[in-house]
Design a protein around this ligand. Structure first.
Ligand SMILES: Cc1cc2nc3c(=O)[nH]c(=O)nc-3n(C[C@H](O)[C@H](O)[C@H](O)COP(=O)(O)O)c2cc1C
Length: 195
């Protein structure tokens, strides 16, 4: 069940039970991820189920991959993002996608196109992961993989690059593989101002 308490005690989990996440729960998280905010409605991110690629060389050594029943990949296309943003602006200005006002806004907002697109991918992944975690599932974001090799092997749609993976399932209560240490920033050092 969807409970905020699940998020209030969320940890990254790397050991999972074999049981799969119910389809309805996954579908909700996918829809929420689609709804994630993007700059200028650019939506540069796509989401792929790559659960059947767990034995690929570029991912298999990640600790969370060994037991996670699901692997989801977020891929990004800065070019597609810019084109979507141009269409959005053109509709707003009632103009063409390369109109002077469109170009001016793109130049101002999209100065570093790759970085701009990737920031949105991480936000989308955050919405996806948090929705699953609030629903009682658990997971581990994975950025430590060879993106070039993954992109080539997965034959992503033209222009898309593999960016971030979310390995997920239900935590193994015997040992969830979470990695909390005493060195993490404490809540008191996180939120300001103090009363
Ligand atoms: C952008 C990003 C990339 C990450 N990449 C990896 C990774 O490659 N392998 C891994 O085991 N964990 C990865 N993690 C999970 C972190 O190790 C984990 O969030 C961190 O240990 C803090 O634990 P917590 O989420 O329980 O607070 C990543 C997390 C984020 C946000």
């Amino acid at each position: 069940m969807f409970e905020i308490e699940n998020l209030l005690r969320r940890r990254t989990v790397k050991n999972f039970l074999p049981e799969k996440i119910p389809t309805a729960t996954l579908e909700n998280a996918i829809k929420v991820a689609y709804r994630a905010p993007t700059s200028l409605n650019s939506r540069p991110t796509i989401l792929l189920d790559i659960s059947n690629r767990r034995n690929a060389n570029w991912i298999k050594s990640q600790p969370a991959v060994a037991t996670a029943p699901h692997l989801f990949l977020f891929a990004v296309s800065p070019e597609a993002g810019e084109m979507n943003a141009r269409k959005f602006l053109a509709a707003r200005f009632d103009s063409e996608i390369d109109d002077a006002r469109v170009n001016a806004t793109i130049t101002r907002v999209v100065a570093k196109r790759e970085e701009w697109a990737r920031q949105q991918t991480y936000l989308t992944a955050g919405f996806f992961a948090a929705t699953l975690e609030a629903s009682g599932a658990a997971g581990c974001l994975i950025g430590g993989f060879d993106r070039q090799v993954a992109t080539a092997e997965l034959k992503l749609p033209q222009g898309y690059t593999a960016e971030l993976i979310f390995a997920c399932g239900f935590a193994d209560p015997a040992n969830d593989g979470s990695t909390e240490t005493d060195f993490v920033r404490k809540f008191d050092d996180f939120y300001f101002p103090k009363n």
